[in-house]
Design a protein around this ligand. Structure first.
Ligand code: ADP
Length: 186
């Protein structure tokens, strides 16, 4: 079972494709956005703090995110494989992930970049109308993506595990491309 991470701009269809990929490969879908939204709905102290950060389109601190991922990867269902969605988002998170996987004697098989242009994703996000999808928050999140997350592409390219899939097309077309690419590289 593969150990995958999926990168892509907000609105790239990443979340939808990750649900399908995790079913196809039988690995848990670990979405940090979903985990944070669960904490927000649960109304814990942490959830209240996270909600403010998410509404502003900012990033939850790296040490907090690393703690969440450490706990999640320690669960038995993630032993054989996993699909990370929305993490890592910064180079500190990528460092932390590498260290964590190293200590567990595991390695990533593939970093998959779902590529969709900025103009296209802004249109898509305004159309979906999620609570944190105000135009201002969208711009903030896309800026942070370019600044903090896009540099990770270079890192995984250097490690020889980056593949890029064109994310423009129907959900079925993109899914078929993803399967073909992952199968060819794992
Ligand atoms: P999107 O891809 O549209 O940003 P997500 O569901 O992945 O949606 O994330 C929603 C919000 O949760 C982010 O804007 C951010 O505030 C927070 N978040 C999710 N993942 C991370 C992460 N790895 N590091 C920091 N903050 C995160």
């Amino acid at each position: 079972m593969p150990r995958l991470l999926i990168l892509g701009r907000q609105g790239s269809g990443k979340g939808t494709q990750c649900v399908r990929l995790s079913e196809h490969y039988g690995v848990p879908h670990i979405s940090t956005g979903d985990i944070l939204r669960e904490a927000v709905s649960a109304g814990t102290d942490f959830g209240l703090k996270a909600a403010k950060i998410m509404e502003a389109g900012d990033l939850v601190p790296d040490d907090v995110m690393l703690g969440i991922i450490r706990d999640r990867l320690a669960e038995p269902d993630a032993r054989a494989g996993f699909l990370l969605d929305g993490f890592p988002r910064t180079s500190a998170q990528a460092d932390g992930l590498a260290e964590l996987l190293g200590s567990l004697g595991r390695a990533l098989d593939l970093a998959v970049n779902i590529d969709v242009d900025t103009e296209v994703v802004v249109e898509r996000m305004l159309a979906r109308g999620r609570a944190d999808d105000t135009e201002e928050a969208i711009r903030q999140r896309l800026n942070l993506y370019e600044e903090q997350t896009a540099p990770l592409l270079e890192r995984y390219r250097d490690e020889g595990i980056l593949v890029t899939v064109d994310g423009v097309g129907t959900e079925e077309e993109v899914f078929a491309r993803l399967l073909a690419t992952v199968d060819a590289h794992t």
